[in-house]
Design a protein around this ligand. Structure first.
Ligand code: GCB
Length: 584
């Protein structure tokens, strides 16, 4: 799905701002709620935004929230096609315009759009209603609710009881936009790049919505161009750039590629600009190769999380995060534990960060290994890949975080997810992030590489950083032997309460966190099949209330408001010191 862009042929109206809001506290069926207008005493909430921290009464509300606002369709849009696009909601969503149901979207974190037809796009005022269902369910993807005896994936026993370690914020988390295009328009573009002997090759496959024949698409990247005809609603274009500048962290060069749709008379029907980074990524043997060269990942697992904003897309926070990641010397991050805002990936493309793009499948266990869930999981994987495949920054698909895969059904579920990702995108390696041991990760060998989360000195061998170093190597080696390929240390670290100091270092002090990260990093960095280390976490973040979380998870090397702890300074030294870098 193309990100909406404004240009001479595409018009855009932003619908972010203050919406009217009503929580469906009685769990009434959607039809019995407010598609025809919210109650007069409706509240007000910001979009993008999470509802839990904007209004104190909504902190523990995890249900269906109803949003409403008016909007205008400009008279100048006439007969154009008009779409309403929602960047993401925190769960299933249903959308109405003027009381007419446009449709629904299942699942959080990914965009969806509906076409407005007939009277719903007539010039003038209309009413938009969006119901976001953030109910925590036992059977959903990801599972929203814990506290069942058989639930092994266990951050449960908190308030609310979620089987994962971040707060289940509700809301409309990304932008709402209305856009108009001509009747003949580009509806999708998919990019593949390759390199050979100094030249870069760009292949673009387009989907064109048209009832006409004789349309052509022109693709121009600076001095290079090609024109292809549209056949049966699809078009393919191939470009070669001699002496190409391959995209990489040190030189994240993007080729501005203008795709123009023209009719038989030469009139332009549509235009869409892609920013293309020409690069390759592959796993070969025990290495991860970017443009044919081995690459070592230094970076973080992150969260979309900030006070009051919750999980809302917030450009100022993104700019600060990238500024800090550059300062500290990171080259990569994982979108743990769900797909992040598209704008965040655009920035990674421009700034040269390498991104492991993760699905929302966190803490999967036996109960979801059913045919129905597998179909839903594959649909989400396809949606994610369709959204993010054109980003050069995205180098790996991570299909899950910390599942338990001990049964035949679990193994089949994961094999099919991997096959689905490879079919949707054969150009990127596929991984997932494991914990526990290889025995709880049956079928991991059908992935190209594996991420491993390990908290020695914290959850295991508590307080004993030095004594547990060899255990860390042992378990990483066991996973390496299982997948017969590369391993990423995808999470390690310790909680530190900013301002708590201790000599000698003890749990929760800044010194203990810095020591854990430093010693473990130095111990593992030269393992020949290790392709990187990601510290957990970039910044402190909000979780459910539990007795082992004092005001949230404090494993950030930055505080929640992005101030450095001691570990941030330590990492900055380690990652900028060439002697401390892996020797390869
Ligand atoms: C993990 C999870 C992450 C948690 C982290 C922790 O293994 O992947 O979501 O936040 O541990 O701090 O416990």
């Amino acid at each position: 799905m193309l990100y909406p862009k404004l240009n001479a042929y595409r018009e855009l109206v932003g619908l972010d701002g203050i919406y009217r809001f009503a929580p469906n506290r009685e769990d009434r069926a959607s039809g019995d709620c407010w598609p025809d207008g919210l109650p007069v005493n409706a509240l007000e909430l910001a979009v993008p935004g999470s509802w839990n921290e904007q209004l104190r009464d909504l902190h523990e509300f995890h249900g269906e929230g109803w949003y409403e606002r008016d909007f205008y369709v400009p008279a100048s849009w006439g007969e154009r096609c008009v779409f309403l696009r929602i960047g993401s909601t925190a769960g299933n969503a249903r959308v109405w315009v003027d009381g007419c149901l446009l449709g629904e979207h299942i699942g959080p974190h990914l965009p969806f759009e509906f076409e407005l037809k007939g009277g719903l796009k007539s010039p003038g005022a209309h009413r938009l209603t969006i119901a976001v269902d953030n109910t925590l369910r036992w059977m959903s993807l990801p599972p929203g609710q814990a506290r069942r005896d058989e639930d092994r994936a266990g951050f449960g026993l908190g308030c609310p009881d979620v089987p994962y370690d971040f707060f289940p914020y509700g809301g409309i988390h990304r932008s709402v936009q209305l856009y108009a295009v001509n009747r003949d328009h580009i509806s999708d573009l998919s990019v593949r790049t390759s390199l050979d002997a100094g030249s870069g090759h760009i292949e673009i496959a387009g989907k064109i919505r048209t009832r006409e024949t004789g349309l052509r698409m022109r693709v121009e990247a600076g001095a290079y161009g090609v024109e292809s005809s549209v056949e049966g609603g699809t078009v393919e274009a191939k470009l070669t750039i001699p002496s190409v500048r391959p995209w990489c962290p040190a030189d994240p060069h993007l080729y501005k590629c203008v795709c123009t749709l023209v009719d038989e008379s030469g009139t332009v029907a549509d235009e869409y600009v892609l920013q293309i980074g020409v690069r390759t990524v592959e796993v070969r043997g025990n290495e991860l190769l970017l443009n044919g060269e081995p690459i070592f990942l230094h970076g973080f697992g992150k969260h979309e999380d900030f006070p009051i904003l919750g999980k809302a897309w917030a450009p100022a926070v993104a700019i600060r995060d990238y500024d800090l990641m550059r300062w500290i010397g990171a080259n990569s991050f994982r979108t743990s534990h769900y797909p992040y805002a598209e704008e965040m990936l655009d920035m990674a493309d421009r700034l040269g960060f390498l991104v492991i793009d993760e699905t929302p499948f966190v803490s999967l266990s036996e109960r979801v290994y059913t045919d129905a869930c597998r179909e839903q999981a594959c649909a989400v994987i396809r949606e994610l890949i369709e959204r993010d495949r054109n980003h050069p920054s995205v180098i790996l698909w991570s299909l899950a975080n910390e599942p338990y895969i001990e049964s035949d059904a679990g193994e089949r579920f994961f094999r099919e997810m991997a096959a689905c990702a490879r079919e949707a995108d054969p150009s990127r390696p596929v991984m997932y992030v494991a914990h526990e041991s290889p025995q709880q990760n049956r079928g991991a060998e059908c992935f190209d590489l594996i991420g491993v989360n390990k908290y020695f000195g914290w959850y295991h061998e508590t307080g004993d950083i030095d004594g547990s170093l060899h255990k860390l190597t042992d378990i990483l080696t066991a996973f390496h032997l299982q997948v017969n390929g590369p391993v990423l240390l995808a999470e390690f670290g310790a909680d530190a309460v900013a301002g708590l100091h201790s000599d000698p270092p003890v749990l929760f002090s800044e010194e203990y966190q810095a020591d854990t990260i430093c010693k473990q990093y130095q111990h593992v960095r030269n393992l020949p099949w290790l392709i990187g280390t990601h510290v957990w976490n970039f910044a402190d973040f909000k979780t459910a209330q539990t007795i082992n979380r004092v005001g949230g998870n404090k494993k950030g090397v930055f505080t929640r408001d992005r101030q450095p702890k001691l570990a941030a300074h330590t990492l900055r030294q380690l990652w900028n010191d060439t002697d401390a870098k892996p020797t390869r």
